[in-house]
Design a protein around this ligand. Sequence first.
Ligand code: CAA
Length: 697
Amino acid sequence: MSSVEYSSKNDVAVITLINPPVNAISQGIRAGLIEALDRLAADSTVQSAVLIGAGDTFVAGADIKEFGKPLAPPTTLEALAAMEASSKPIVAALAGNALGGGLEIALACHWRVAVPKVKLGLPEITLGIMPGAGGTQRLPRLVGGAKALDMILSGAPVDGSKGLQLGIVDELVEGDPLEGAIAFARRIVAEKRPLRVTSQLQDKVGNTDPAIFAEARSKNEKKWKGLLSPYKIVEAVEAACTLPFAEGAALELKLYRETQASPQRAALTYMFFAEREASKIPDVPRDLKPAPVKSASVIGAGTMGGGIAMSFANVGVPVKLLEASQDALDKGLARIQGNYATSVARGSISQAQMDQRLALITPTTEYAQIGDADIVVEAVFENMEVKQGVFRTLDGVMKPGAILGTNTSTLDIDQIANVTKRPQEVIGMHFFSPANVMKLVENVRGGKTSPEIIGRTMAVSRQIGKVPVLARNCDGFIGNRVLAVYGRECDFMLEEGATPWQIDRALQGFGFPMGLFLMRDMAGLDVGWRIRAYREQFRDKTLRYSPIGDRICELGRFGQKTGAGYYKYIGRDATPDPEIEALIIKTAADLGIKRREVSDEEIVWRVLSVMANEGAKIVGEGIAIRASDVDVTYVFGYGFPRHQGGPMFWAEQQGLDKVYAKVAGYHAEQGLFWEPAPLLVKAAKSGAKSWKDAAVE
Ligand code: CAA
């Protein structure tokens, strides 16, 4: 079947773009569109045309799989120029998604009608690129420079009503978009309205305040640090407001090509597919399409439990929140109310939305009240006996087939599951704090968790707006296992000559929003200290261990909350502390380590390569299904800069052989404990370019 179908409804031609599932702009779409426009010109039976996408959706943009590869002609720009040159009016019928190149096609039509639920957006920035088919030039001509700039920089879609208000959409249709667009096209012809060619509109760009561009650059300096495409977008929209269309479009194309050629684009498009790949589980049938959950229960109204309950309420799922005592329940609810009130004050939700969400959360102290939920997530104190007690009770009250989730970051899922008579229905759901904000959910399958429960848990995670990853049961799962080596390597570098502030600066330079030591100080140092004290009895004393963190805690310095940790604090403002530098120097001397200069480059390399090495162990042991799952975990749960693609992607970009050689070199030189992952060794020896190749060779 051709990618573009031409048909007619009496006097109106209907041009349908077909490329399931999302009608991405393939070569077939581009060439087919030009052919259809030729037919339209020659067809004397029609006076206008409607352009529509097949399968209830318009077009979700360029085919992202083609990025970085040469494109077969014709270009989208050629197809759009042919559309604007048509002497017969073309009306876009918009439903589903009109995103990226899809919206750019619609913008080049003479008019646009849309259903209210349509998603209209230019999300290119999220892929490290910018609109390259006239979007930065035509959108400002319809909505004005300021609103266009906001929309392209946010990358977020708007719905039909907002599109109408902005001026993207000319009319909303409540029923069938095709029928609505045909009626609209007939009206245009009957009224003999002159063709409205977007590229020729001048009013709104002419009225744009020229100061907005410099403002956007200075206001976002921190947020855009290290990023390329936001700056190119500002430049292109500025050109739309100051130059004739042809010159602005030529500049857009040049800037677009620069973004396409950048390593950031490669990393961000990799992340787009990695995020979707993470939901594909080999033993879960692809055709398992679980129904959305209709009700949930959460056990524990502490910070985590409250955040998890909010995540359900935020997407309209009624949730019962259970606590052991009324007092704890009241405190938990007050915290939830406070969080929502902050969102209202910031303008991110309305008072009505806050009220709706709160009304969906039913507090209770009775287990008998919660049993009918489709899913229960336990988020009580991180202690095996306590959690086992909760699961014994849940086994007695929850309806058969409910997902029994445990929000643990460290405990053995099987030991929890095995106290129930239905371990196949028990699964780990490791949320990240604050749970209502953080995107990652690390789902952990126990030895007996059924594939159906896994599939349903991945689906419900997406339903509540999270990015799920599946791990197998082990100490630390994926995320905290990698975090442990990342932290250990930073501690060793302190002993060898670095300072906390140097390490933090180097990591922030790479793109982490916060360095490791600032992060530790913010989270509080005492919990980790207590865990280490407990684990001391099991620690392998032959391996290198850095006592710096313990010595800092022994001084009562538990981080930001006590005004001192690795840094000194005034409020939240951190300053380097000579006392800590002295403590580090003394510790190194006690351990017989001769301090030397550690370069920023070494800091970044050592941190990232030990992360990748641990990731390779995790993949090799089958804890993660694939290397990209480690990256998804790090980007969505641990602040790894998305435009760098995650530690596993980073290692592939450097060359796996180079990563192996360099890290082995650091460690050999320093006589340090270093255990290369078998998968990394295999990759280095076989010359594999990717983790995938290394795994199969
Ligand atoms: N290119 C290639 N594949 C795409 C795609 C695209 N633009 N958009 C979606 N897909 C694929 C997904 O990878 C997925 O494939 P698998 O089933 O094999 O995993 C499938 O289509 C369905 O996608 P989702 O699972 O994401 O489905 P959804 O219903 O949850 O979301 C969507 C649909 C909102 C369109 C979402 O897929 C999306 O946001 N896509 C990207 C949109 C985008 O960024 N467009 C701009 C592209 S850049 C551009 O257009 C620039 C230009 O022309 C110059």
